[in-house]
Ligand binder design. Structure first.
Ligand code: GRF
Length: 195
């Protein structure tokens, strides 16, 4: 099956997925990377693996209609089965959700429904987990729906929160599990769809 990835940051989740494809563990092809951040680490990974990059942002497409059209054009061009959000830090336009219902996956670094929704992104998530004195945290892979971080949960991994954790140490522990969880969940979800 065919996937497309959207990422804004370091791209370690993106890299973990394309590595698994390279190893033959995930029988998929990655057709494109969409980014809103042309200089990000994910773009370097894409270039390294010869994956086409599409830079689409409020800067490249200040007009909302043109922005949405550019996104849909990429989806039309590659006709992927699943769209994988891997540290994509912007809400998707509704037209994309409508184009690919139940076909867009996201990874979030907390045990949803806890610490999800508007305002919970990046390190804020881990800071909130620590402030709430949680004893466990961990990544969630879920379907993307209109309400941020509230789509159907596909998989989670629990990790302990340690007494001396900082947002950085907790983020690092969760990230290791993100890399292990995402490709497997993509594989299982694709299989459940008969892809
Ligand atoms: C991950 O923690 C992911 O859960 C969150 O953003 C981070 C992205 O990291 N949505 P990377 O860019 O994949 O390294």
């Amino acid at each position: 099956f065919k996937i497309g990835v959207m990422a804004s940051g370091g791209g370690s989740n993106f890299k973990a997925i394309i590595d698994r494809i390279g190893e033959g563990d995930l029988e998929a092809q990655c057709k494109f990377l969409i980014t809103n951040n042309a200089g990000c680490g994910a773009v370097h990974h894409a270039e390294e693996f010869g994956i086409p990059v599409h830079h689409i942002s409020g800067k490249t497409h200040p007009d909302q209609a043109a922005y949405e059209a550019a996104m849909l054009e990429v989806l039309d061009k590659y006709d992927v089965d699943l769209l994988i959000l891997a540290g994509y830090m912007k809400a998707l336009p509704l037209c994309m959700l409508k184009r690919m219902p139940d076909r867009i996956l996201n990874i979030h670094p907390s045990l949803l429904p806890k610490f999800g929704g508007k305002g919970f992104f990046g390190h804020h998530v881990h800071e909130a987990v620590l402030a709430a004195h949680e004893t466990e945290s961990g990544p969630t892979v879920h379907l993307v729906s209109e309400e941020i971080d509230r789509g159907r949960i596909l998989a989670q991994t629990k990790v302990p929160v340690m007494k001396d954790d900082t947002a950085d140490t907790l983020a690092a522990r969760v990230l290791v599990q993100e890399h292990a969880l995402y490709w497997k969940t993509i594989k299982e979800y694709a299989a459940s769809l008969g892809l």
